[in-house]
Design a protein around this ligand. Structure first.
Ligand code: NDP
Length: 288
């Protein structure tokens, strides 16, 4: 069977189109659009690019956007104060603190200050806990995007063997939880996993989020498997590479996401969804 390339860009564009209509309806109903507030500390060029992308995406669907750019020397206490202030502001629906933060600031401490109801990245311990206990919280964009890609491609997860390579709090662990909720049998692999190739070859669905360029080759993939490549690695020649060796794996896999154009666009689309849903939940709670 020829490998089908999953076009994340096209699926994300479809979702963005749907969101446009939903945001317009929200704005008619409540008199103003949802507002996303992004906090950026320092001058990391990649972070600036990501924030600009988020701003553009908000503009595309009609979500309001504001940016708080603080100097690299900002103290943890000053950042905590800003995040708390945004939490108190009734016009702010979503708060996103762009990572990474400067070394002098504890990311854990800052993320724990974000109002869980406005935590559109889904990184607050309350939202992480809700995901792990099966409650209804805000799910981080990348894992949510991965599941949405799988769902919209028409792939059934129930009873399947799923292997997730990578156990970070922002991708690996929440993705494993979502796959489990869909009744897949889930294995989490990491840097200490023995015989990674053998573990990966068990997978009907293989999600790779290791941050290691071309870690996964044809020998890691069961024929016909669904392979989702989350990795984004900047190569010395300036190009982007995934964690999956696209050329060799496409000869074996049944479905494969490209990098770029796979999971990346879905992450932003899911951030927009999270912002709209957080806004709607807050307005409904305020009205009841
Ligand atoms: P982290 O560095 O936080 O985690 C990487 C994980 O991969 C760790 O659990 C690590 O294991 C595991 N790992 C590293 N090397 C190996 C190896 N050789 N074999 C098996 N496991 C290994 O990364 P993130 O989860 O934040 O991101 C992963 C990748 O996804 C990165 O390339 C990142 O850029 C990309 N990304 C893409 C997004 C998108 O929107 N497309 C969004 C977020 C991330 P251990 O725990 O043992 O150290």
């Amino acid at each position: 069977m020829a490998c089908r390339i999953i076009d994340g860009k096209a699926i994300a564009a479809e979702i963005t189109q749907e969101l446009k209509g939903k945001v317009a309806e929200f704005t008619r109903r409540y008199g103003s659009p949802p507002l996303l507030s992004v906090v950026l500390v320092g001058d990391d060029p990649a972070s600036h690019v990501y924030v600009r992308r988020k701003e553009r995406a908000c503009g595309e669907v009609g979500i309001g956007f504001e940016r708080h750019h603080l100097p690299a020397g900002t103290s943890q206490a000053e950042l905590v104060e800003l995040v708390r202030r945004l939490g108190r502001r009734s016009d702010v629906d979503g708060i996103l603190v762009q990572l990474p933060l400067p070394d002098s600031i504890s990311e854990q401490a800052i993320l724990a200050e974000v109002d869980p109801a406005k935590d559109v990245d889904g990184f607050h311990p309350v939202n992480a806990g809700l995901l792990f206990t099966g409650g209804k919280g805000i799910v981080p964009g990348t894992p949510r995007g991965i599941l949405e890609l799988i769902r919209r491609t028409g792939i059934e997860l129930q009873g399947k063997e799923a292997v997730v390579v990578g156990r970070s709090n922002i991708v690996g662990k929440p993705t494993a939880m979502l796959l489990l909720q869909e009744n897949a049998t889930v294995t989490l692999a990491h840097s200490r996993t023995r015989d990674l190739a053998a573990v990966c070859r068990r997978a009907d669905v293989l999600v790779v989020a290791a941050g290691r360029p071309r870690l996964i080759t044809a020998e890691h993939v069961k024929p016909g498997a669904v392979v989702i490549d989350v990795g984004v690695n900047r190569m010395p020649d300036g190009s982007l590479a995934g964690d999956v060796d696209f050329e060799s794996v496409k000869e074996v896999a049944g479905y494969l996401t490209p990098v770029p154009g796979g999971v990346g666009p879905m992450t932003i689309a899911m951030l927009l969804s999270n912002t709209l849903e957080a806004a709607a939940a807050r307005r409904e709670a305020a009205g009841s």
